[in-house]
Design a binder for this molecule. Structure first.
Ligand SMILES: [Zn+2]
Length: 67
């Protein structure tokens, strides 16, 4: 079975990462290539940092309203 990177496929790239068992099965399965895995991790980290910043800002605003 063929293993394709779902992100590469979405970008119109072949995204073929290799083949897994059963080798005679032409079915395609999706995974994520190292390049896109890194990209997704960076994206998630950034989102977490933004969430933390918003949380702190909200806290500051609350202190201003109700010290
Ligand atoms: Zn990819």
């Amino acid at each position: 079975m063929k293993i394709l990177c779902a992100w590469c496929v979405k970008e119109g790239k072949p995204g073929l990462m290799g083949e897994g068992p059963p080798l005679d099965d032409p079915t395609e399965t999706h995974g994520i290539c190292p390049e896109h895995r890194l990209q997704v991790e960076v994206e998630l980290t950034r989102t977490a940092e933004e969430a933390e910043r918003f949380r702190k800002e909200a806290e500051e605003l609350r202190k201003m309203v109700d010290p």
